[in-house]
Design a protein around this ligand. Sequence first.
Ligand SMILES: Cc1cc2nc3c(=O)[nH]c(=O)nc-3n(C[C@H](O)[C@H](O)[C@H](O)COP(=O)(O)OP(=O)(O)OC[C@H]3O[C@@H](n4cnc5c(N)ncnc54)[C@H](O)[C@@H]3O)c2cc1C
Length: 429
Amino acid sequence: MTLDPDLFRAITLDDITMPGGWSVSRGQTHLYTDAERGLMQEARAFAQREILPRAAEAHRSVEAIKARCAGAERRSRLRGIARDYLRLLAEAGMTGALFPETYGGNGRGVVAECIIDEELAAAGHPGDVIRSVTLTLGTISILRFGTEAQKRRHLPPRIAGEELAALAITEPQVGSDTSRMQTRAVRRGDRWVINGQKRFITGGGLADYLTLFAITDQGTHPHKGMSAFIVPMDHPGVRIRRQLDEVIMADWMDNVWIDFEEVDVPPDSLLGPLNGGYHVLMDELDTERVTYCMGALGGARRALEVAAEYATKRVQFKQPIAMFEGVSFRLAEMYAQLDAARQVTYRTAKMLEAGLSAQRESAVTKLFVAEAVWKIVDDAMQVLGGAGYTTDFPIQALFRNARLMRIGAGSDEIMKFLIARELLREVKG
Ligand SMILES: Cc1cc2nc3c(=O)[nH]c(=O)nc-3n(C[C@H](O)[C@H](O)[C@H](O)COP(=O)(O)OP(=O)(O)OC[C@H]3O[C@@H](n4cnc5c(N)ncnc54)[C@H](O)[C@@H]3O)c2cc1C
């Protein structure tokens, strides 16, 4: 008797050959306009043609840089990878959706940005997180609250991939409860002088500028005495205390803890109204949460697609494991979660695009999508069995990134707190 050699062959990533995005049916996107559907196809083709082939090599480069270089050299090399990635996207028109043409964008809007986020995230380039912090977290507040001079100075180079940005809210003592913020900005003559620390700042070590939140009026509730500032990272007194991506498990390029000691910046560094920073922060978080969700769904989609294809190729008990109901039902549940999560994200993106306040809806979206993404990626790992746990497949990286989503940009518990607060306000009238 001759044995079929295929039965004894391990499935590898090379066997996963279907193009990404096949699991997105027309039904899932029938709420999209024709232009949005066209953009989805354009972004997907671009991501598969230009990003996917570069992603594995970029991951290897990031790992090699992290292993061999330290300090400024390491940051400069990582910055180079992030800038190359952003410039490539800029040339293809993938960086300007949130910004009007006056500043170098294309004004396609929040939904378009979400569509691009999903497709780029599914391609899995390590620079994608820097794209997200530069174009959304660190920049959306400049678009909404900046002066004309601030917009003209910062938006065009960011959209072109020349200037990198990051967002600095969190501190060693301050996470969910921003009312305990310790970083202070004090007016001295015609300058603002900033003292404090910011921790967990994604892309902070690569950024040219931070959008930073600090207390400017200590005599009132912190939410009424907080302001936002645009702070250059190369300013005297700004110092990276610790490189955190060495200890953070997610697939980031850079994450830092930063000290600010007597950092004096000019008055035009103030972003938005003096003592109006809490409103700027809440507004930023609404957009950040929605775009973060769509990016995370891109990762979850990749996990589902890899798992589904793997299940049709992996043979156990003389048949592909997809033939077992225990596996196929799991895939069906993953698909249903992905479908529902995309719809709720799209709904909230539409609200933001229409200029509506969407704090509750953003919180609902973030809570639902974070749990869905976590479940999908966890299920994908189960479908791949031991192979899913290895670095031969992308599932373990998607798994680590997905877990962060339940903590970053406001934890699950804080999303529940926000939703319950709004609900109970209505009950009480
Ligand atoms: C990889 C990574 C990247 C990040 N990037 C950035 C960044 O770019 N910029 C930035 O500013 N920050 C960033 N953060 C910080 C992130 O936003 C915070 O970690 C998050 O807001 C939670 O704060 P914390 O970690 O201090 O947890 P804590 O606030 O200390 O919370 C600990 C636990 O207590 C729970 N908890 C707290 N309050 C309540 C409550 N009222 N009710 C019920 N449960 C509660 C929380 O849900 C959580 O489970 C990043 C974090 C990580 C890990």
